[in-house]
Design a binder for this molecule. Structure first.
Ligand code: WTA
Length: 651
């Protein structure tokens, strides 16, 4: 393994510490039986039955896992996701329980009971049908954090349409790329949204996207800003559609277990965002099971995952997991520090949140703002804390444990990806001891390994590539393919068996706990958002006057990683402030403002191998002030010293 690729190993002493889960938690936990791992080990496909029993099936499945041609989970079974997330809870006598509690800007709140949710989902489902939406059609949803977003997802699921939610922070161009790629002829969006008290326009971005795609698009618009603008004949008003279909009762469409539930775009190693498809039976079983076993959710719990529904975390653990179990899910609009830095703790207290799930980048910000903010609230309703999205360092882990959990809540550090659908690595909070800084072992039924470049397992303590070596129900449809997956597939069926390469580097400790070290390749992870370096670079080289660009991640105290763009201007073009601005704008236009490079470094040349390949790893080391001992592989070693001094001047 190339050492330059991996951060320094931490001292082995850090591996020794294990904190037992608090006894008060274990007493009430959903999963407490230590034999669960052994049980899954003995017959791993059959054990996933447990996950499927958390759902109601329209047709029972024949086999848990069919391997005749690729992998089909719960083959022969059919079910409807909206029925599982809404109707069956009404039938269970819980129609007046809150399903969604929404916290909007400046203290505005809305609560939807399961009955309310059922009414609006049915009305919208009927309206979508009237617009012509049929099973398997792709409906794009471009909305901020408002209740209409999960309602639209469930309305699509009810009629068997496939939703494609695009994060509202993406630009119109990024929306158009995704709509064109999925040939989506329906777009549900809204006029705008509020962030830090300011209204942002969304509709004109949606309009631009619709103009840019070849297909014609039916647009439905939610009036969020409340300015009652007339939409004109080209648009459907969401509120009017729902009112016109009030009282509708739409039969949930039974979907085959491997029919698509949704698709979501993510950054891969190519310049184009890639569509990840998730199935109805496998995905829903996986997120319901992990919500039960890892997040320990029960129907009378209030769960708050502070992610955005526009990313996979929100799909799985704001919408589908908690609602499948009939719990109350909280969603909030805005940011954690507006109007005050105690906003989240105020929401936890007022809603008596039981389980709180957030990202390390948020925890680092809370730490910086100071413990007086959580300390001024009663957080005693909390029972379990979770993190996801990036590695959590021990300091942030301890702060979270002490100041938010009062040392009484276990922390689950959950590792997973858009492609995995739900959590794959985590401690079971009522069973396993916690180890600050390590995600934990693979969940029961999941098998993971850390391997070297030849695919051989590395020794404990050594770093390598994280691979998953058995299929799991939440796996994306593209990973389910048969023996001959495409050349760029991360799945291989070699002599060592089935292997999914995750693209993360990791090391495993003596107890089998996996410590994540970061992304391996051409993807960087900024504040928990995945960005493809090629996507960013192609936006930058599109700027007039730019010859070449390379993007890398630099260490950042709060965001974990920040975006550094190394840009070399064309001959006779000078490196000026306006050029720098154009570079930043190009990225904001192509992807979205959240992806804008924090630092743009102009350089006459990029470090390249003799064959002309840009050495991003060298740039990464330069960015982070690390020494480069050997530059002999470079065609232009002199550029290194020059760049080192430019970067030193900036920081
Ligand atoms: C990273 C988000 C360390 C990892 C659910 C992965 C993590 C990428 C963790 C997926 C964790 C996620 N510890 N790293 N607990 N969880 N990651 O697709 O690099 O947006 O490959 O899915 O986030 O990001 P994605």
């Amino acid at each position: 393994m190339d050492d330059a690729r991996f951060p320094q190993l931490r001292s082995p002493a850090a591996d020794e510490e294990r904190l037992p889960p608090p006894a008060s938690f274990v007493e009430q936990a959903n999963v407490t039986d230590e034999s669960i791992r052994r049980e899954f080990e003995q017959n791993w496909p059959a054990c996933w039955k447990r996950a499927a029993t958390l759902l109601d099936w329209s047709t029972p499945y024949d086999r848990v896992l069919d391997t005749d041609d690729g992998y089909t989970w719960f083959d022969g079974g059919s079910l409807n996701a909206a029925y599982n997330c809404v109707d069956r809870h009404l039938e269970a006598g819980r129609k007046n329980q809150a399903a969604i509690k929404w916290e909007g800007k400046l203290g505005e709140t809305r609560t939807y009971t399961y009955q309310d949710l059922s009414r609006e989902v049915n009305a919208l489902a009927a309206a979508l049908r009237d617009l012509g939406v049929e099973a398997d059609d792709v409906v794009t949803v471009y909305m901020p954090m408002i209740p209409e977003l999960p309602i639209t997802m469930l309305a699509c699921a009810r009629i068997g349409a496939v939703h494609s939610v695009v994060f509202a922070g993406f630009s119109g161009d990024a929306l158009a790329t995704r709509m064109e790629n999925s040939n989506s002829e329906y777009l549900l969006t809204c006029d705008g949204y509020y962030r830090r008290g300011t209204a942002y326009d969304l509709k004109s971005k949606a309009d631009n996207a619709c103009l840019a795609v070849p297909q014609s698009v039916e647009q439905v618009v939610v009036d969020r800003l409340g300015d009652d603008r007339s939409l004109g004949d080209d648009y459907h008003d969401y509120g009017d559609l729902v009112a016109d279909h009030e009282g509708a009762d739409v039969d949930p469409v039974a979907r085959d277990a491997d029919d698509d539930l949704f698709l979501i775009y993510t950054s891969g190693t190519t310049g184009q965002p890639k569509a990840v498809r998730h199935t109805t039976g496998g995905y829903l079983s996986h997120v319901a099971w992990t919500s039960h076993a890892v997040l320990d959710l029960e129907p009378d719990d209030t769960h708050w995952c502070s992610a955005d529904v526009g990313w996979i975390t929100g799909h799985s653990y704001i919408v589908y997991g908690p609602l499948a179990l009939g719990a109350t899910t909280v969603m909030y609009e805005g940011t954690p520090d507006h109007p005050e830095r105690d906003r989240l703790w105020e929401i936890v207290e007022r809603n008596a949140v039981d389980v709180f799930y957030t990202a390390p980048t948020a925890i680092r910000a809370f730490m910086k703002w100071g413990s007086e903010h959580p300390d001024s609230h009663d957080l005693s309703s909390l029972r379990l804390l979770g993190t996801v999205g990036e590695p959590i360092d021990e300091t942030a882990w301890r702060w979270y444990y002490e100041h938010i959990g009062d040392e009484e809540c276990p922390i689950v550090d959950t590792w997973w990806q858009t492609e995995t659908g739900g959590v794959l690595l985590s401690t079971l909070p009522g069973v396993d001891p916690m180890r600050p800084g390590a995600a934990g072992p693979a969940l029961p039924g999941v098998e993971a390994d850390v391997v070297d470049a030849t695919g051989k397992s590395v020794d404990p303590g050594e770093s390598g590539s994280l691979v998953v070596t058995r299929p799991w129900p939440g796996m994306a449809a593209s990973l389910c393919e048969g023996a001959d997956p495409g050349a760029d597939s991360p799945v291989t069926h070699g002599t060592g068996g089935w292997t999914y390469r995750t693209g993360d580097s990791a090391r495993v400790d003596r107890d089998g706990y996996i410590h994540l070290l970061g992304r391996e390749g051409d993807v960087i992870n900024v504040a928990g958002h995945r960005l493809g370096t090629t996507e960013l670079e192609s936006a930058i080289v599109g700027v007039d006057g730019v010859a070449e660009a390379a993007v890398v991640g630099g260490d950042h105290d709060l965001k974990g990683t920040e975006v550094y763009a190394y840009v070399s201007p064309r001959k006779n073009v000078s490196a000026t402030e306006p050029l720098r601005e154009r570079v930043r704008e190009a990225v904001a236009d192509a992807i979205g403002p959240f992806a804008t490079p924090d630092t743009v470094v102009f350089t006459p040349d990029l470090p390249k191998t003799r064959s002309g390949k840009v050495m991003r790893r060298y740039l990464e080391r330069i960015t982070n002030g690390e020494e480069l001992s050997d530059t002999s592989a470079l065609r232009n070693p002199e550029i290194v010293g020059e760049l080192e001094s430019i970067v030193e001047d900036i920081s």
